[in-house]
Design a protein around this ligand. Structure first.
Ligand code: SF4
Length: 460
């Protein structure tokens, strides 16, 4: 037992806790907002930098963790069972690795972790983390929960209206930057142009948030338009490229640490990448709340709240899409109101563990929008996403023969070489088709492609 753990346990006992019982976890108190640095794991680099800026302006001292490498997974394996979800193993390993680095004042450091609030294990990562902190000798470090489900009432991040508005805006700005950078980068005449615009706009949005701007409809409309105009003006030369979409469990889909630098690898292979936006996952969670009400009943007031939040996010999404559509040389993402129906004929809306029906819908949307080559990134042993990801591939291929989908499992023992070789096989097939070496596949007419709709439909 470490000295820090003993000191914490003695303190807990002195406060009246039974001898021998595990001490309670330390709470994140409101005063700690001023005294503690809050570490949180990187997931989607473009979005999280702006979300972190929004939190700093609300008085939190935040820092996104960028430590990576094999030692992170090794730290995770020391404190979490190896059959635990790979995202939990990595996130916990990243936290412990950071705390051990000596860079942080351990008495003034807190950790932030998300809880989805659904039936999946992601709701319980926080308990694994607290247990791992005790085992690793950091029992005094409080853990703050980011959730919208009323969980961890004594230790959850308090969302104020200004923080929610900034966070939602950051998600949409991040989606626009990610979408445009991904479609411009492979063709830019001057290497680095697309990435320079990401940095320019991250800094600009941070400045606007600090000045209390960037969140009103007018501000967002202007920013979306200016971002699109910047990308439309980047000089580029269009050459044939293999178009690859990425779907999967949210952490391994976006996080370079979780997916072994998948985007970078695909770019190095000369592909154009299409990564569906983070806002889609937020809207998926809102739809799931509506579906729960339809399937199991519930308060009408809650139903109206879901409706209002969906209207709010859809309004922002439409402004973003309209701004991109004004430029003929840019491709706008589809509206979520369309995406939400693409699961029909494949899986029902009741499949909402993990990324649920959204994962299937995103694969269908990618194929329909000219990205038939898809990497489906899944943590090894993630049952929900194997059902709606890998489990749907044959069914999707039956309707869309051009679909060239490869599921890739990520876990601490999977070698990067093995993962990349499987992706290279998928790219090889795509290149053959691109060069016209393979016989063209029979493409069904649009009306033939629409499978019989399943009975469940969400009232949008
Ligand atoms: S979606 Fe998969 S990886 Fe994520 S918590 Fe659920 S089971 Fe684990």
């Amino acid at each position: 037992m470490s000295d820090a753990y003993k000191a914490f346990a003695q303190g807990a006992e002195a406060q009246g806790h039974a001898h021998g019982a595990p001490p309670p976890y330390p709470r994140f108190t409101p005063e700690m907002k001023k005294t503690h640095t809050i570490l949180f794991p990187q997931m989607a680099p473009i979005h999280f930098d702006m979300i972190s800026a929004a939190m700093r302006q609300e008085g939190y001292q935040t820092q996104i963790l960028e430590n990576g490498g094999p030692e992170v997974a090794q730290e995770g394996l020391k404190y979490v069972h190896n059959d635990t979800c790979y995202p939990a193993l990595l996130v916990i390993g990243q936290f412990i690795d950071a705390l051990k680095s000596g860079k942080y004042d351990l008495d003034h450091t807190a950790l932030l972790i998300t809880q989805t609030g659904g039936g999946c294990r992601a709701s319980n990562y926080i308990h694994l983390l607290r247990k791992a902190l005790r085992k690793a000798g950091f029992p005094q470090v409080p853990v703050l929960s980011l959730n919208f489900s009323g969980l961890e009432k004594d230790s959850s991040l308090k969302f104020t209206i200004p923080l929610i508005r900034k966070a939602v805006a950051a998600v949409f700005y991040g989606d626009e930057l990610m979408c445009l950078a991904n479609q411009v980068r492979p063709y830019e005449d001057e290497t680095g142009s697309a990435d320079a615009l990401i940095q320019k706009w991250q800094a600009e949005i941070g400045r606007q948030f600090a000045a209390g701007k960037g969140v009103s409809r007018g501000n967002m409309r202007r920013n979306f338009a200016a971002i699109a105009a910047d990308y439309a003006a980047v000089p580029k030369t269009m050459v044939p490229r293999v178009k690859v979409g990425i779907v999967g469990e949210i952490y391994v889909k976006y996080s370079p640490l979780g997916n072994s630098g998948l985007e970078e690898f695909l770019a190095a292979e000369g592909c154009e990448v299409n990564m569906p936006g983070l806002a889609g996952f937020v809207q998926y969670c809102i739809v799931n709340g509506t579906v729960d009400r339809q399937l199991y009943g519930g308060s009408r007031v809650v139903g109206r709240v879901y409706r209002a939040v969906m209207d709010y996010t859809t309004g922002i999404e439409k402004m973003m899409i309209e701004a991109i559509e004004r430029h003929e040389n840019l491709r706008a993402p589809g509206l979520f109101e369309h995406t939400v129906h693409l699961h029909e004929g494949f899986v029902g809306l009741g499949a909402k563990m993990g990324e649920g029906w959204l994962l299937t819908s995103e694969m269908v949307e990618l194929v329909q929008s000219g990205f038939p080559n898809i990497v489906c990134a899944q943590p090894f042993g993630c049952l929900p996403n194997h059902v709606v990801g890998k489990g749907m591939i044959a069914k999707i291929r039956a309707v869309y023969p051009e679909a060239n989908i490869t599921p890739i499992d990520y876990d601490p023992s999977a070698t990067r070489v093995n993962q990349e070789n499987r992706i290279k096989l998928m790219i090889a097939v795509a290149k053959e088709r691109l060069e016209g070496e393979a016989a063209p596949l029979p493409v069904k007419k649009a009306e033939e492609k629409a499978p019989a709709a399943v009975a469940q439909k969400v009232a949008m």
